[in-house]
Design a protein around this ligand. Structure first.
Ligand SMILES: *Cc1c(COP(=O)(O)O)cnc(C)c1O
Length: 375
C-alpha cells in the first residue's frame, strides 16, 4: 500500500475551470456542434478520469484518447460515453478497443483489414472513423488514394462507418493558406464520398483546439478539443479560458550566501551580492525541465523569484528578493497564480524552448494531483 500524499509538491486541478472552458467552447461552436473532450496522455497530465467526468457533466458528447489502453481504463471506471481512439493501433489494441466498445480510426489498408478480422472474430461490429491525410502527413489515407475500392471495403458488414475525419498541421499558424488547403481537400473528399454513397457518415470532424478557436469553417458537427479544455491557449488571444492546473511546492530550506557563492551542479550560477536562496523540492524527474535552469521564475508571495543554477533531478534553488520574508514551508507556485501575478504553462514552455503541451504532459507521476471539484 502506498502511503498518503504527504509531499509538499503537488498539482492542483480545478475541475470547475475545465467545465468553464468546455462551456466557453460550447458558446463558440453553438448548440449544434458536439464537443469531443480529448483526455489522452492522462488528460494532458491533469488526470484522465476526473477530467473526463467533469467534461461530460458540462456537456461534452465524446471523449478522445490516443491509445486503446487509455480508453479501456476509462471504460473500466464506468465511463459509458462514446470514446474515439485517435492514434494508430496494433492488432492487440484493435482487439481491446472493439471488445470495450471504443471507436477506432481507420487510416490505412492494414488498419482496416485488422479491424475487419478482429470484429469478425469477436462477432461484434467495429465502429470506425475514416481518417484522411489532408496535409498532416502522419496517419491517414492520402486524399488522392481514396477510391471506389475503399468505399466497398468500408461497406463490409462487420464495419459501422461512423465518422470521416482529418487533422490540421498548423491551425495555429498566422499563415492561413495551408489550413485553407487542408480544409478544401477535406471538403472535396467528403463531397466525393457523398456523391457515390448517397450520404456521409454521421460525424465529420477536423478541428483541434486552435482550429476550433480560429476556423469556424472547420467545426462541422464535432470538434476535438484538447489543450484549450485545460485552459491553455494554443494561439495568442484572449479566449476567456481559465488554466485548470496549478503546480505548487513549499520551501524546504532558506539560506543567506556571500557574494561569489556557487549554486548546484556545474556551478553555473554565482551569487552577485549578499543573497538569500530557497531550496524547493522539485526537479526534472517531476517534470520541471532542466532546460529551465537559470531561466524560469517561480512565484513566492506573489513575487517573481528566478531559478538560479541548474535544476537537478529532485530539487532546485531560487533567489529570493531581499525585501521578501520567505520561510520554510511557504508555498511557491511553479505554474499558476499568486497575488496579482501568474506563470502560465506557455511562459515555462518559452523558457524551455518547447510548447505548453509538453510542459503539462510531463508533470510526472511522482507529483500528487489534488482535485477541486466542479459541478
Ligand atoms: C491531440 C489531438 C487533438 C487535440 O489537439 P489540441 O491541440 O490539444 O486541441 C485533436 N485531434 C487529434 C487527432 C489529436 O491527436
Amino acid at each position: 500500500m502506498a502511503i498518503a500524499n504527504i509531499r509538499s509538491t503537488m498539482a492542483i486541478v480545478d475541475l470547475s475551470a475545465i467545465q468553464h472552458n468546455l462551456r466557453r467552447f460550447r458558446t463558440l461552436v453553438g448548440p449544434h456542434v458536439t464537443i469531443m473532450a480529448v483526455v489522452k496522455a492522462d488528460g494532458y497530465g491533469h488526470g484522465a478520469l476526473p477530467v473526463a467526468k467533469a467534461a461530460l457533466a458540462a456537456g461534452a458528447g465524446w471523449l478522445g484518447v490516443a491509445v486503446a489502453e487509455e480508453g479501456v481504463a476509462l471504460r473500466e471506471e464506468g465511463i459509458r460515453a462514446p470514446i474515439l481512439v485517435l492514434g494508430p493501433n496494433n492488432r492487440n489494441q484493435i482487439a481491446a478497443a472493439i471488445r470495450h466498445g471504443l471507436d477506432v480510426v481507420v487510416y490505412s489498408r492494414d488498419s482496416l483489414e485488422w479491424t475487419v478480422e478482429t470484429a469478425q472474430m469477436q462477432h461484434r461490429l467495429a465502429r470506425i472513423h475514416l481518417k484522411l491525410d489532408t496535409g498532416m502527413g502522419r496517419i491517414g489515407i492520402p486524399v488522392g488514394e481514396l477510391d471506389q475500392k475503399w468505399l466497398s471495403r468500408l461497406s463490409h458488414p462487420s464495419i459501422e462507418w461512423r465518422g470521416l475525419m482529418s487533422h490540421m498541421a498548423d491551425a495555429d499558424d498566422p499563415d492561413e493558406a495551408p489550413t485553407r488547403e487542408q480544409l478544401k481537400h477535406f471538403l472535396d473528399a467528403a463531397e466525393w464520398i457523398r456523391q457515390r454513397r448517397g450520404d456521409l457518415p454521421q460525424w465529420l470532424h477536423l478541428a483541434n483546439s486552435a482550429a476550433t478557436l480560429r476556423w469556424p469553417d472547420t467545426h462541422f458537427n464535432l470538434v476535438r478539443v484538447g489543450i484549450g479544455l485545460y485552459g491553455v491557449a494554443p494561439v495568442p488571444g484572449n479566449w476567456g479560458l481559465i488554466p485548470a492546473l496549478t503546480w505548487q511546492s513549499r520551501i524546504a530550506m532558506v539560506k543567506s550566501v556571500v557574494p561569489g557563492t556557487s549554486q548546484g551542479y556545474g556551478r553555473t550560477y554565482h551569487a552577485i551580492g549578499y543573497e538569500r536562496w530557497a531550496t524547493v523540492p522539485v526537479g526534472y524527474a517531476d517534470g520541471y525541465f532542466r532546460a529551465l535552469s537559470n531561466r524560469a521564475v517561480i512565484l513566492v508571495g506573489g513575487r517573481r523569484c528566478p531559478v538560479v543554477g541548474r535544476v537537478s533531478m529532485d530539487q532546485l534553488v531560487i533567489r529570493l528578493p531581499n525585501t521578501l520574508d520567505a520561510r520554510i514551508g511557504d508555498v511557491v507556485t511553479l505554474i499558476g497564480s499568486d497575488g496579482g501575478d501568474q506563470i502560465t504553462a506557455n511562459e515555462l514552455a518559452d523558457h524551455a524552448g518547447t510548447i505548453a503541451y509538453e510542459i503539462v504532459t510531463r508533470i510526472g507521476p511522482r507529483v500528487p494531483r489534488r482535485y477541486l471539484h466542479g459541478s
